[in-house]
Design a protein. Sequence first.
Length: 454
Amino acid sequence: MRRAVGAWLALFLVSLPVLGCGLDWTLPLAHFQGVEEHGFVSYWEKIGEIDLGDMVVLPVNIGFDSHRESSSPVLGKGWIVALLESHVEPIDENAMHVVMPDGWTFLFLRNANTETWRGNAGWMGETNDALFTISAPCGWKITFDRGKIQEIDDDKGGALTFSYNGGMPVEIDRDGAVLLKVEQDPTSGTANALVIAGRRIELSLAQRPRVINLLGKNLINGFDPSLASLQQADGKETFAFETDKALNPTLAINGPGLLPRLFVWDAATRQIKSDGPWTYSLQPKGDHLRVVRTSTQNQIESYEDDETTGMTSEKNADGAEIATYRFVSGPLEGSVRKIEQLDGAGKRTPLYSASYYPSGELMREIFYPDTVKTYAENRYLIKEAVAGQVIYEQDLDSQGRVVRIIDATRAIEVKTHFDADGGQISEVFQQGKLSYAEKIDRNNKLTAITEGDR
């Protein structure tokens, strides 16, 4: 653990990043909000949250996918309430998808012929008959039974338990307290409200046209119940499923604090055609898509993610196309190798490159055309040079402790001396003159400060 430092030193030391748990509890979003990587309409929003204390807040996210054939027992065809309906989707005997409680989908792969599995973000899984249990590196655990979520255990011994009424998840409890409850119509049994941490959200369903493509023609061959409205304290949000003139499915979303939004997707492929002012073109590139969209003002944006080669390319309406290259295997998997600007005529201009220690830690970054940053293996920035001139530098002793810092841009130098008892004295110089010195004992307590010649 790093020592406490004085005000001057704190300006110059690069802090260590916080290690993730694999539980971000964020809203699932793709590059273009509203369309996921396979080109299907993907709409998500947070309708509430549950505060567990200790700065842990669980969002209640709902999502619609134009490709989803299943029906949420709460919201109907194409929808999901992620926290309530987190589940396992087998792909084959050696792979499965897990829709996590925040709505993100993780891929789990079997380890050889065992009952153990490895997933995204460090998660590990284990099957035991009908049970599938996944665990995060920081101690969180989720248990599924026959594919449905049963329990979430946090890293402090607390547990969220799920209750079902037939096939419908109806309640989430923690230590006897109800955190989320589904209210049902006593006659029909359909859901008519969600109560999240004591806050009631009324909901209604309506008949959504079921559109099929038969011999090149779009036809309506039935209707399915699907979410029509959410009534909250701040107003009513509506979801209207209809069709356009060509009988392509549409979804219009409107509500307080939201811009009206109209999605249109292809009845045959179920992939997006338009989202408000944007019209989409989906261009196959091997095993992935290049998504290009054009606005009514003829602005063009694009995005491409090639997981096989590790290349991601994106272009905003007001900028050049930028390609980012990442490692796709080994200890550096996911780490950025380089970033280039593409001009559309085959010319590539380097913007950034990185090199790494064998441990996988960042060693050097180049920000073209002339800035180079060098790091120690403990992630400290130890040197920065611009146009060949060093503007910032740290020196470390044999124990990896910072003993000297130079910031040429501010004409500041910091020298630190360590004593045998574990204490330290730091001297701060400005323009070559001693500004002040501070003494810190082995318990990180400031014991003395001396003013210098300013």
